[in-house]
Design a protein around this ligand. Sequence first.
Ligand SMILES: NC(=O)c1ccc[n+]([C@@H]2O[C@H](COP(=O)([O-])OP(=O)(O)OC[C@H]3O[C@@H](n4cnc5c(N)ncnc54)[C@H](OP(=O)(O)O)[C@@H]3O)[C@@H](O)[C@H]2O)c1
Length: 206
Amino acid sequence: MNITIIGTGNVGGALAAAFKKAGHTVILGVRNPVGPFKGKELADRLSLPVHGISEAISKSEVIVLATPAPIAAEVAKSLGDVHDKVIIDTMNAVFTKPEGYNNTAEAILANCNCTDVVKCFNTTGFENMLNPIYNGEGIDMFVAGSSEKGKKIAMQLSKDIGFSHCWDFGGNDKFTLIEQMAGCWINLAIIQKHGRGMAFKVVKRG
Ligand SMILES: NC(=O)c1ccc[n+]([C@@H]2O[C@H](COP(=O)([O-])OP(=O)(O)OC[C@H]3O[C@@H](n4cnc5c(N)ncnc54)[C@H](OP(=O)(O)O)[C@@H]3O)[C@@H](O)[C@H]2O)c1
């Protein structure tokens, strides 16, 4: 799969490395490809192609957004024509919401022409995206959104990079809930000081 990543910091960089390791073609989309940007060292090390945003978007069917949450609407506007893409939103408006919206995916849907927007890879720390294995077993991932096509792709990608199961949270009405799940991880890992080396796994009888 060709995957373009916009926002090449902690999360974008971790997913870029993990997707590439899983055999996908990863393209980085940055505001200034010749200037300094987060992820430059990673791009050089992994020989990842780096382009301006619209060119990077044109090269992939799947777009991952991992920029700061408050600017989700502005980033969505900068994408150009994305009517035939799947957008995976990894952002969390846990502390500051994009102005006028309840969550980042809502801001994306309202500010670009993509209808296949799902939220995934937002409920855990970036270190767990690079290495989702605990005690020999994959931790779980979660996805929300009304796009079945988008959810199928996000679920496949989460398995490809080592997550055990990707639980379907439901449709677009669950965007805020899945951001709140990220808030739970942030609370335990950072605010309650249990450390970033922790993760969620669902257990089920039968
Ligand atoms: N950190 C985590 O463990 C974690 C886990 C789950 C979800 N998240 C969510 O993931 C998102 C990214 O977090 P992060 O920790 O990866 O942040 P980060 O390391 O600060 O990276 C942010 C990236 O966004 C880019 N960016 C900023 N404004 C942009 C714009 N207008 N257009 C295109 N790119 C832009 C930055 O580019 P430059 O390099 O040019 O500045 C940088 O590459 C946040 O919304 C966060 O809530 C974070």
